[in-house]
Design a protein around this ligand. Structure first.
Ligand code: FES
Length: 96
């Protein structure tokens, strides 16, 4: 017999490119952003091509974002924290 699990309620908020996002404690930054419908987490350095979650396990580095001013953070591995400021990473290891 299947058991219904209660969906945890969102109780953390953070911003992605200035927009407020609600998340569940323990959720990854990438998962919380995907839940909003956003798909682009970074853009490539030469052609500004969009990249987003690909492997979801920390291997491909396509999910790099800037978190609280620190670039090159893998959104799929970082757990959301209340009040964090996440921004799209443009190109390499610099932040906006
Ligand atoms: S999605 Fe591949 S490293 Fe994050």
């Amino acid at each position: 017999m299947a058991t219904l699990l209660a969906k945890p309620s969102a109780s953390i908020t953070f911003t992605f490119n200035g927009e407020l996002i609600s998340a569940v404690p323990g959720q990854s930054v990438g998962a919380a952003i995907l839940e909003t419908g956003a798909r682009t987490l970074r853009v490539t350095r030469f052609e500004n091509k969009p990249r987003g979650m690909f492997c979801g396990i920390g291997v491909c580095f396509d999910c790099l974002v800037v978190i609280d001013g620190v670039p090159n953070q893998r959104a799929c591995l970082i757990e959301v924290r209340d009040g964090m400021k996440v921004n799209t990473q443009v190109g390499g290891a610099w932040s906006k």
